[in-house]
Design a binder for this molecule. Structure first.
Ligand code: ZN
Length: 287
C-alpha cells in the first residue's frame, strides 16, 4: 500500500455497512480476513491490487485488542479472538473467544451471517477458508445456539487434508491451500455470487511466525495481494456483466511485535494496529 491513513475503522461500522447494503437486496458483500499483517507492512510492500481497490474507496488504519485503559476490556491480539470481534462487532468480554481453541463462543452476540439470514432467509451465504472452525464455531453452523444457522456454500477444512496438501516444513502447503481457497472463491463468485461471503487467507501469518520481518514475509504479502487481485477481477466482471453492486472489505486480524515481527497476542501498538481496504465510498465522520 502506498496510501496512508490514521483513522480508526470501527468493527461496528463494518457491521452496519454489510447489513445496510444487504437490505437493498441485489447487493453483494464479500468480507476478507488476511492473517497477521501489520499496517506498516501493508503500507510498505507493493500491493497493487489492494491499492486498486482502495482507489475506488478507502484505505484506513484500524485496531484490534479492545480499548486500552478504556471501558471495554483489552482483548488478545490473536486470530480467532479477532475474527469473532470482526464478525460480531464486540470485544472478548462479550463474544468470549479468548484464544484459538474457541471453547465457548457466546452466541448471544450474533455474527454478520446470523444478522443477515434473519433479515433475508433466502439470501445466499458462503465461507472460503483453510479452517473449518470459521464455519462450525464462529458462524456456528447447525448449532441450536445459532438457531441452526445454515450457510449455503462452504469450501474449507483443507488444513486437515494432508493427502492433497501434505504439510512441509517450509510451510508452502499453506500457500497452496490459500490458492485453492482463492480459486474456490473466484469460481463461486462467477457461478452463484452469494449475497454475503467470508474468505480467509492464512499463509502470511505462517511466514510471519517463521521469518518475522523479512523478505519471505513480504513475499507472502505480495502473494496474498495477487490472490485478492483474482477475486477483484471476478467481482468487476460481474459488476460489468450483471450490473451488480459489490461491497468488499479486506482486513487483517492483528499486527506483529515491534522487535522481530514473529509474535503477536500482546497489546503493543504494532500488534494492535490493523487496517482495512474497502471499495465503499461513503464512510462516516467517525471513520
Ligand atoms: Zn499467528
Amino acid at each position: 500500500m502506498r496510501m496512508k491513513g490514521n483513522g480508526i475503522f470501527s468493527v461496528t461500522v463494518l457491521l452496519f455497512c454489510l447489513t445496510a447494503s444487504a437490505q437493498k437486496g441485489a447487493k453483494k458483500a464479500l468480507f476478507i480476513i488476511v492473517d497477521g499483517i501489520p499496517a506498516d507492512v501493508v503500507e510498505k510492500v507493493a500491493t497493487p491490487n489492494l491499492d486498486q481497490i482502495a482507489a475506488t474507496g478507502h484505505y484506513r488504519r484500524a485496531y484490534v485488542g479492545g480499548e486500552k485503559d478504556g471501558y471495554s476490556p483489552q482483548t488478545p491480539t490473536i486470530s480467532a479472538v479477532s475474527y469473532n470481534s470482526l464478525l460480531t462487532g464486540t470485544w472478548v468480554n462479550k463474544h468470549n473467544v479468548w484464544d484459538n481453541n474457541i471453547k465457548e463462543p457466546n452466541y448471544n452476540y450474533w455474527t454478520i451471517f446470523r444478522l443477515y439470514k434473519e433479515q433475508y432467509p433466502k439470501g445466499k451465504t458462503a465461507v472460503f477458508s483453510s479452517w473449518t472452525d470459521n464455519r462450525t464455531k464462529f458462524v456456528g453452523e447447525g448449532l441450536p445456539q445459532t438457531g441452526n444457522l445454515q450457510l449455503d456454500d462452504h469450501f474449507d477444512g483443507y488444513e486437515l487434508d494432508t493427502v492433497r496438501f501434505p504439510h512441509d516444513k517450509a510451510g508452502d502447503f499453506m500457500h497452496r491451500i490459500d490458492e485453492q481457497v482463492a480459486t474456490d472463491a473466484v469460481a463461486t463468485i462467477k457461478k452463484s455470487a452469494p449475497e454475503l461471503s467470508w474468505m480467509y487467507l492464512e499463509y502470511t501469518d505462517d511466514m510471519g511466525h517463521m521469518y518475522g520481518d523479512s523478505p519471505q514475509f513480504y513475499a507472502a504479502v505480495e502473494k496474498m495481494d495477487q490472490q485478492i487481485g483474482r477475486i477483484w477481477a471476478a467481482i468487476q466482471e460481474r459488476q460489468k456483466r450483471f450490473g451488480e453492486d459489490w461491497l468488499i472489505f479486506i482486513t487483517t486480524d492483528h499486527g506483529r511485535d515491534e522487535k522481530t515481527g514473529r509474535g503477536h497476542g500482546g497489546q503493543s501498538p504494532r500488534q494492535r494496529t490493523t487496517w482495512m481496504v474497502t471499495n465503499l465510498k461513503r464512510i462516516n465522520a467517525y471513520t
